[in-house]
Design a protein around this ligand. Structure first.
Ligand SMILES: NC(=O)c1ccc[n+]([C@@H]2O[C@H](COP(=O)([O-])OP(=O)(O)OC[C@H]3O[C@@H](n4cnc5c(N)ncnc54)[C@H](OP(=O)(O)O)[C@@H]3O)[C@@H](O)[C@H]2O)c1
Length: 218
């Protein structure tokens, strides 16, 4: 993929991962278009940043949003809503056909470290964490939603160059190092490191059709 000076369409740009991601992309000279519910939350200022006000739950002009876009990055989350309905899956099922119509191939979706791989069980300790911390924090719906997104991508979107990052985020704060992709190893990372990883991995052809974790290489 020709990556330099690409145009990114970002979902979740006002979030804890989305904000540093947008800064990185702008600093690297890319154009960023972002669908945001609250444009006032966006702190970045740039002529290369285009904000479109709207929600994934009631946005109609997805094709317009994709016009001229090279790469789509999705760092969405709304745990409360995802406990009621798989809002990300519903949206991704509209987004992917629109990407096909607009000829946009590259897609990164951020899920979680406690999200299961396609048709696989979680390792025992991860399963324990999911059924204690994630359950009591009200995050089960988010992981289930992420899993149905992965299922849809695997089963119905092999023609799209998608990459899923099962990110294990723990905190805000400064960088703790560089994250690498791995099937099994995972580190609790900072949002800024997750954002940097997303920026690099989306240009890594070897990551296409993977749903891996990320860890700090010592
Ligand atoms: N945070 C963690 O510790 C963690 C750990 C592992 C995995 N993850 C995964 O990574 C994802 C992103 O994490 P994060 O911490 O960066 O999330 P976050 O800070 O909660 O940000 C979520 C983003 O999604 C946007 N959003 C939510 N509902 C929307 C809607 N209906 N329409 C448009 N935008 C909407 C939010 O916009 P508003 O600003 O308008 O609310 C915000 O920009 C999570 O959903 C989860 O799957 C997170």
């Amino acid at each position: 993929m020709e990556y330099s000076k690409s145009t990114f369409l970002v979902f979740g740009a006002t979030g804890r991962t989305g904000q540093p991601f947008v800064s990185i992309a702008l600093n690297e000279g890319h154009k960023v278009r972002a669908l945001v519910r609250n444009p006032e939350k966006v702190v970045q200022r740039s002529t290369n940043l285009e904000l479109i006000k709207g929600s994934i739950s009631n946005f109609e002009n997805i094709d317009e949003l994709l016009d001229g876009v090279d790469v789509v990055i999705c760092m969405l989350g709304n745990a409360q809503e995802q406990n009621k309905a798989p809002i990300n899956t519903i949206f991704i099922k509209e987004l992917i056909p629109a990407m096909r119509r607009q000829g946009v191939k590259r897609f990164l979706y951020q899920a979680g470290g406690l999200t299961r791989r396609y048709k696989e069980r979680l390792p025992f300790m991860t399963w324990i964490l999911r059924n204690t911390i994630a359950r009591f924090s009200g995050l089960l719906g988010q992981h289930k939603d992420n899993e149905t997104v992965i299922e849809y991508l695997v089963e119905e979107a092999q023609d799209v160059d998608w990459i899923v990052h099962r990110a294990a985020i723990i905190s805000d704060g400064p960088s703790k190092g560089i994250l690498k992709r791995d099937r099994k190893k995972s580190s609790l990372a900072t949002h800024v490191d997750i954002a940097k990883y997303n920026y690099h991995i989306v240009n890594d052809d070897s990551a296409i059709h993977t749903y891996d974790l990320s860890y700090y290489e010592k």
